[in-house]
Design a protein around this ligand. Structure first.
Ligand code: GLU
Length: 445
């Protein structure tokens, strides 16, 4: 069996960490099985969907490296849904209903008031032809419900949640098409999954009840149901899906300097028993991907943790992976020296400016003589392979300084900062003449 997964966003906005995670899991499962990963726009709602948002979703997936093998959109497939509706109508699995939203609401309240589950009472199934004709003559248009088979227990082995059971008698016959002819999500999604040969539906656990209903739709349409994996939802560090998390998308993460690889490494594994760790490329994520490692508890997402993981990934990025994002003239050695101290690739530009730009000279009075002495020592050095170690060795004896009192004034004079990459790595990049000049200037010479 060749695996086919699909990511099916409604193009009504941009992606956020929650649905990016779903996309990643679908992509990983397809890649792991040498299968196909489909992008399907659930755009039956023509008023809320936009091409702009579809484009932003494509852009996000491309940036994340989640290449898809096919793209589909529901708005191009209305004839397929009509077709399925007709077939289900012919087999008695779909029926027209005429209740208004207010009438349905009232029924729900009455049920709840009697301590019963608010399940639709199927009153529409009792209508005679005359009654239907009268309602239509009043100007009522029907909406359409899928008739569940109350005698067929609904069961499946969920790849994340294990064995699932639903009693169809406790579920309302779902509305699949509205009065105005527009489609609800339920039937089109089932028809698509059949037509596109989807073998695994991977989505959030908020869809579990939909799955129960759709399993009967697959049967009614004469198709085997795919496998299902319902992942636990993503929550913020404070324990719920906050507004902030719900709107945290690639633009915001990009602005924080977060690499697509860090997003993949994090979202592939939070909520699983696998370690969230820096990776050099997605292949190890693909290889280890396994629904059996997914937990049932909500996965906690913390932006600060993602930033920390990102820094560790940046520290391992080879020059070839970042060359086109580095300042002009910056070479592999420069990158190797600067890389261990970065939080983001963009910060390399700041360090480049420090190495090759101007450093604020003024040093406090008590350090000036020491820095002047350091300038002389630097000028006297042979400037071999280890200029920093040689300079420190020369100054240790002659200045009487040690530790922080020795290192910090030098670091400040040479970089203008209190911390940063190893001075041993920076000094060769600053170069002999500039080192001497910076120490001289700071020493007030
Ligand atoms: N458009 C649906 C959603 O975004 C798709 C759910 C599914 O994967 O079937 O929730």
């Amino acid at each position: 069996m060749s695996v086919v997964t699909r990511f099916a966003p409604a193009p009504t906005g941009s992606l956020h960490v929650g649905n990016i995670r779903t996309a990643i899991h679908n992509w990983l499962w397809a890649r792991k099985n040498n299968g196909r990963f489909l992008l399907r726009f659930d755009d039956t709602d023509r008023t809320r969907s936009s091409e702009e948002s579809a484009e932003s979703i494509r852009r996000d997936l491309a940036w994340l490296g989640l290449g898809h093998d096919e793209e589909h959109r529901q708005s191009a497939r209305f004839d397929r849904y009509e077709d399925a509706l007709e077939r289900l109508r012919a087999s008695g699995r779909v029926y027209p209903a005429y209740e208004t939203a207010q009438e349905l609401d009232l029924k729900r309240k009455v049920h709840l008031g009697r301590g019963k589950p608010p399940v639709y009472d199927r009153a529409a199934l009792q209508l005679s032809d005359e009654e239907r004709a009268r309602l239509e003559a009043e100007g009522r248009r029907p909406h359409w419900r899928f008739r569940l088979d109350h005698d067929a227990a609904i069961e499946w082995d969920d790849l994340v949640r294990g064995r699932q059971h639903f009693d169809p008698a406790l579920l309302s016959d779902p509305v699949i098409r509205r009065e105005d002819g527009s489609w609800l999500y339920m039937l089109p999604s089932t028809v698509d999954d059949i037509d596109m040969g989807v073998t695994h539906v991977v989505r959030g656990e908020d869809h579990v009840t939909n799955t129960a209903l759709q399993i009967q739709m697959f049967e009614a349409l004469g198709a085997p149901a795919p496998a299902f994996a319902h992942e636990a939802l993503l929550v913020g560090s404070e324990g719920k899906l906050s507004k902030r998390l719900g709107s945290l998308g690639t633009e915001a993460m990009k602005a924080e300097g977060i690499e697509p690889l860090a997003i993949l490494a994090k979202l592939a594994r939070i909520g699983t028993s696998l370690p969230v760790e820096p990776v050099a490329d997605p292949s190890s994520l693909v290889e280890a991907f396994d629904f059996a490692t997914f937990g049932r508890a909500p996965a906690r997402f913390d932006l600060e943790e993602l930033k920390a993981l990102n820094a560790r990934i940046v520290h391992g990025l080879p020059f070839s992976a970042v060359a086109d994002r580095l300042p002009k003239g910056m070479g592999a050695e420069d990158w190797a020296a600067i890389r261990p101290n970065l939080k983001s690739v963009a910060e390399a530009g700041d360090w480049w400016a420090i190495l090759h730009g101007h450093v604020e000279a003024a040093a406090p009075e008590e350090d000036r003589a020491f820095l002047a002495q350091a300038a002389d020592a630097a000028a006297a050095l042979g400037w071999g392979a280890t200029p920093w170690a040689d300079l420190v060795a020369a100054l240790k004896g002659s200045s009487g300084r040690a530790g922080k009192a020795l290192f910090l004034p030098l670091r400040r004079a040479l970089t203008g900062r209190d911390s940063g990459p190893e001075m041993a790595a920076l000094l060769p990049l600053i170069g002999r003449d500039e080192t001497i000049a910076r120490l001289r200037a700071a020493g007030g010479m």
